[in-house]
Design a binder for this molecule. Structure first.
Ligand SMILES: NC(=O)c1ccc[n+]([C@@H]2O[C@H](COP(=O)([O-])OP(=O)(O)OC[C@H]3O[C@@H](n4cnc5c(N)ncnc54)[C@H](OP(=O)(O)O)[C@@H]3O)[C@@H](O)[C@H]2O)c1
Length: 258
C-alpha cells in the first residue's frame, strides 16, 4: 500500500464519539478508532464504567475520555451534545452504536418494551445526531456511522420490534445522507451479523456453546464475528478511505444475508 492509501485509513487529529463504547462492538470500535489516531469519547450509562473503559484505552497510549449517557432518558442527547461542545469543542466522527435488544414474540410485546427499543435504538440516535450537527458541520472530515443489524433486512422471529427499530435506523441513515452530504457530512450504516458480545451470548456456558453453534450455522462462514472484525469495517467507513461513500449500508455478517 502506498503512503497516500495508508494515510487515508488514519484518523489523526480527529475527534470521534462512540455511544455505548464500554463493551462489545462499541468498545472494539472505540479501540480501533483510537488506534488509528483519533481522540475518542466513549459513553456508557454509568459515568464510572465509561471513565474506566476510557482509562483502559489511555493505558494503551490513546487519547480517550468516558462520558455518561443513558439514551433511555429523555433529553440525554442534548446534555451529551452540550458536553461535547463545551468540554471537547469539536467533533469529526459520530458512531451511533448504543442499543438494546429485548427478546419478545410480537403477541406478547409490551408497550414499554416497544417504547424503550425505539427510544434507545432510533430516537436517541437521531436526536443526538441532530444535536451534534453544528459541530459536525464545522469539520472537514465529518461523518456519522449508525450501527444497525442484519434483522433490519431480514426480520427474525423473537426480536421483531428490535429488527423494526434497526430498519428505521437504516431508513433514516439514507435520508440523512441525502440531506447532509451536501453539507459535507457523510452518513453511513454498518450492519453486523451475529457478534460475540453480551448482547446476544447466554451467560450459562453450556447454553452459550449451543447458541454460538446455532448462530454460526446460519452463515456460510460457519462462525460468529469477533467484535474487532466489525470495528475494522467501522474504521474504513469513518476514514478518508471511504471519502466517496455515503448513504451506504455496509454488511459485515459472514454472508448471512447473501
Ligand atoms: N452483538 C451482535 O450480534 C449484534 C448484531 C447486530 C447488530 N448489533 C448492534 O451492534 C451495536 C453494539 O451491540 P453489542 O452487541 O456490542 O451490545 P452490548 O454488548 O450489549 O453493548 C451495548 C453497549 O451500549 C450501551 N448501552 C446499553 N443500553 C444503553 C442505553 N440505554 N443508553 C446508552 N447506552 C446504552 C452499553 O453500555 P453500558 O451498559 O455501560 O451502559 C454498551 O456499551 C448495537 O447497535 C447492536 O444493535 C449487535
Amino acid at each position: 500500500m502506498n503512503d497516500a492509501s495508508a494515510s487515508a485509513f488514519r484518523l489523526d487529529d480527529r475527534v470521534a464519539l462512540v455511544t455505548g463504547g464500554t463493551r462489545g462492538i462499541g468498545a472494539a470500535i472505540a479501540r480501533e478508532l483510537a488506534g488509528a489516531g483519533a481522540q475518542v469519547v466513549l459513553t456508557g450509562r454509568d459515568a464510572r464504567i465509561a471513565e474506566s473503559a476510557a482509562a483502559d484505552l489511555r493505558a494503551e497510549g490513546a487519547a480517550a475520555r468516558g462520558f455518561a449517557y443513558d439514551a433511555g432518558q429523555p433529553g440525554a442527547w442534548s446534555r451529551l451534545a452540550d458536553r461535547i461542545a463545551g468540554e471537547v469543542g469539536r467533533l469529526d466522527v459520530l458512531v451511533n452504536n448504543a442499543a438494546v435488544l429485548r427478546p419478545h414474540v410480537v403477541a406478547r410485546l409490551r408497550e414499554e418494551e416497544f417504547d424503550e427499543l425505539f427510544q434507545v435504538n432510533v430516537k436517541a440516535a437521531l436526536f443526538l445526531t441532530k444535536a451534534l450537527q453544528p459541530l459536525l458541520q464545522a469539520s472537514a472530515h465529518a461523518c456519522v456511522l449508525n450501527i444497525t443489524a442484519a434483522g433490519a433486512q431480514a426480520p427474525m422471529a423473537g426480536i421483531g420490534a428490535y429488527c423494526a427499530s434497526k430498519a428505521a435506523l437504516v431508513n433514516l441513515t439514507r435520508t440523512l445522507a441525502k440531506e447532509w452530504t451536501p453539507l459535507g457530512i457523510r452518513v453511513n450504516a454498518l450492519t453486523p451479523g451475529s457478534t460475540a458480545t453480551d448482547m446476544i451470548l447466554p451467560v450459562d456456558a453450556e447454553r452459550r456453546e449451543r447458541f454460538v453453534a446455532e448462530m454460526a450455522a446460519q452463515n456460510p462462514m460457519n462462525r460468529i464475528a469477533d467484535p474487532v472484525e466489525i470495528a475494522r469495517a467501522a474504521r474504513f467507513l469513518v476514514s478518508d478511505a471511504a471519502s466517496y461513500v455515503t448513504g451506504h449500508v455496509l454488511v459485515a455478517d459472514g454472508g448471512l444475508l447473501a
